[in-house]
Design a protein around this ligand. Structure first.
Ligand code: SF4
Ligand code: SF4
Ligand code: SF4
Length: 188
């Protein structure tokens, strides 16, 4: 059966340590001036002494209906059969339409390769070796879960089915694939 890779970020478990960011940079040779993922620490929210922070993962949402793919004039930006939104560098003409079209502002020009770059769930590195994405493996609190949403016995399916979750900017019709379990202390 075709895979449909998704990621779940449990904002209750996240502590904002940025280990995911560091591991991603190392695994995928991401230059210092850009990031494929970061976790924005928002807040504090609430009243002293009951303050809390919100941990907002910012990375490619692997949209099923991806604006970056729709606008690409050459097919360089495409959705792979496993659902991972990918880039064929050989077909890219550097028009930057995809960077402008991404409503999540997570697509950037890699200053070394000079082509668009973004999170691809470590497709070329770790997934190719049968391993989980670097951010998932390094997370010290198991806040990240990755897997195939077409496999009903997978951990991601169990989480999505049993935990309250939300997706970013669903009103745009992009059908993102990064699910978020909201903090019980904050709103969504
Ligand atoms: S490594 Fe885990 S706990 Fe740390 S910021 Fe990333 S998701 Fe949150
Ligand atoms: S989040 Fe942006 S870069 Fe990622 S698939 Fe969606 S439109 Fe494309
Ligand atoms: S910069 Fe490359 S990948 Fe992006 S829209 Fe233009 S041709 Fe497609």
């Amino acid at each position: 059966m075709t895979k449909r890779y998704v990621l779940v970020h449990d904002e209750n478990k996240c502590i904002g340590c940025q280990a995911c960011n560091v591991a991603c940079r190392s695994e995928n040779n991401v230059p210092e001036s850009v990031t494929r993922i970061q976790v924005r620490i928002e807040g504090p929210h609430g009243n002293f002494p009951h303050l809390h922070f919100k941990y907002n993962r910012v990375s490619c949402e692997q949209c099923e209906n991806a604006p970056c793919v729709t606008v690409c004039p050459t097919g360089a930006a495409y959705v792979n059969k496993d659902g991972i939104v990918s880039i064929n560098e050989k077909k890219c003409v550097g028009c930057l339409y995809c960077v402008a079209a991404c409503p999540y502002k997570v697509r950037f020009i890699n200053p070394e390769t000079r082509v668009p770059d973004k999170c691809d769930f470590c497709k070329e590195t770790r997934l190719a070796r049968g391993e989980q994405p670097a951010c998932v493996v390094v997370c010290p609190t198991q806040a990240l879960t990755f897997g195939d949403a077409n496999d009903t016995s997978s951990e991601v399916c169990k989480l999505i089915d049993t935990k309250t979750n939300y997706l970013k900017k669903v009103e745009l019709g992009t059908q993102p694939r990064v699910y978020r379990i909201p903090s019980r202390k904050g709103g969504i």
